[in-house]
Design a binder for this molecule. Sequence first.
Ligand code: T5A
Length: 210
Amino acid sequence: MGFFLTIEGVEGAGKTTAKAVVLRWLQECGHEFIATREPGGTPLAEQLRALVLGEHEEQVSDTTELLLMFAARSQNLSERIEPSLAAGKVVVCDRFTDATYAYQSGGRGIDEQRIAVLEQLVQGDRRPDMTLLLDVAPEVGLARARGRATAEGGELDRIEQEAIEFFHRVRSVYLQRAARFADQYVVIDASQSVANVEQQIVGALQARLG
Ligand code: T5A
């Protein structure tokens, strides 16, 4: 019944780059797949993404941010993820609920039990079959994200503008979850060169799906 693969990490860890590697490998191996991202993935969920990552004149409360992440997720699940898994496809998702634990619990300080309640409400028993965690020091990731934003003439979004301590807490929760859910997580050393990171990813895919 399909295979649900998610890609996680702090800003600029290389998730977009990794996703391209995963999709190319799936294509070459003849797997049927779809690619999606969170927050986002459907027209409505992409509107929620723009809302939650955008700047506002008022303060966005932590609970509002949390609920918008799960609202977008609910839509992506019902419209794209669940139908694709039911059709036997591999679903590749750039971030999922592990990001909520890392950012809204680790980063913002929301009690993880509150996130667990929403996780169950929105997803039932659905959890990723495999998570590639691109692990890199936040200083390195943010420098990459800034470099890309400058090259593309873009700007850092609302969350990317948080203080460095925020991203250290995010990374720390990711690593704690990787240790706790060792069957789900594969930790990739994303401080390495693009070629080396690609090699680690392909090795992980061959071990699980090859
Ligand atoms: N969020 C999301 C929550 O708070 N809660 C949630 O529940 C969810 C789902 C979403 C934001 O929303 C938050 C987290 C985020 O703040 P996003 O779209 O996932 O944001 O985007 P970012 O995390 O900001 O990801 P980026 O697109 O900035 O970074 P990527 O995709 O990790 O990195 P990538 O591949 O674009 O690479 C960045 C730059 O580095 C280079 C690339 O060429 C690029 O220029 N690069 C490398 N350079 C050297 N060595 C390597 N190994 C490199 N890999 C990539």
